[in-house]
Design a protein around this ligand. Sequence first.
Ligand code: ZN
Length: 415
Amino acid sequence: MFRIGIDDTDSPAGMCTTYLAAVLSRRLKRAGIRVVEARLVRLNPNVPEKTRGNAAICLVAEGSLRVAFHLACETVGELAEMSHEGTHPGVVACERIPPPDFYLRAVRGFCTLDEARALLSEWGALSRGYKSGRGLIGATAAVCSQFDDSTCELLAYRRRARFGTPRSVDRESLFAADSLTFPHTWDTVDRENDIVVCVPHTPDPVLFGIRGERPGWLALAREKVISEDPACEQIFVTNQGTDAHIVPGTIGCLEEGHSYIVGGTVLSLPRTARGGHVCLTLGNGTGTLPCMAYEPTRGFRDIVRSLRPGDRVRAAGSYKRGSLNLEKIEVVSAPPLRLVQPPICERCGKRMTSAGRGKGYKCRRCGGRKDAPEEVIQPRTVSPGWYEVPPSARRHLARPLCRGVREDFLRLPPP
Ligand code: ZN
């Protein structure tokens, strides 16, 4: 048994590393090499050089490692977007699998090319970097990947003649596939916003992708989909939908480009900025943290807007340029609001006005006085619980709430 890792073969103008893996997987089979598993390994979404989703792939296979490595390099040489200035492919093949530390750092933080090269030489891996060789980082992370939690994605790829042309996928059939299999599949459509999510708009070879818990559910959803004839389909085991990028963090001690779950108290009224972005400031005694719900998160912003100073929450997302970009939020407590206002004059039925600081209230009409204000208990529109951005705004790694919340999040200390 051995593993092949590939990364950084695509460009914004085309290709997709998962497609290259699907093609390679077929070539390996024809060469008598058994492909046991195809893994789609999402890495830190905050890496600035990523193309789209920062995805690397890993094929787990049985047979000749040298033949497989040769075929992998040949396929990369043929299909990778080599002429694009930002594309720097990497191919790794190894029988001895390094521990998952490198993968974990690549999904939660940053790794360097030197670190990847050192690890590959230490573990006697075959490797080839093209151009700057930067893709070796993702390829190394892919072969080291170990998933504590995983999901699956079925990807259907287009015929080459159709690359770059509009995709023909029947919209209603996708809603039908979702109705039949949700919550065991997710992110096929965004029902709340009436949007198809699983068909990309980029010029890459992907026709559509169905994400779900297990291959059986994907197959059930797949049967419903009506579309142009795909060239091939591949099921990947993946860390998508697992929150693998998120670690517990503390406000005031967050590192740029990492993703966290933090607890805190809402410090001020949420503000809606130009462009529809909503900003919420959390504090915890040691610091403050602006949290952003951007315009594409649509209805999720209403949840953020409904929070009030004093509410306690847990917020999860990526820390970039001094603020946390919200992916999900847990409202831990949002007690009814106690509002104080001048009382009503019992004689006139009119609201009194303040008679001055510490002097109680006075009726302007009859001159009647009262010391105590009127207290109003205002119920809240938001209830305690978890809330997430809609499927159309979800990051690949973000765990949808239909899968439940990561178990260790439930054991975090109260915010
Ligand atoms: Zn009065």
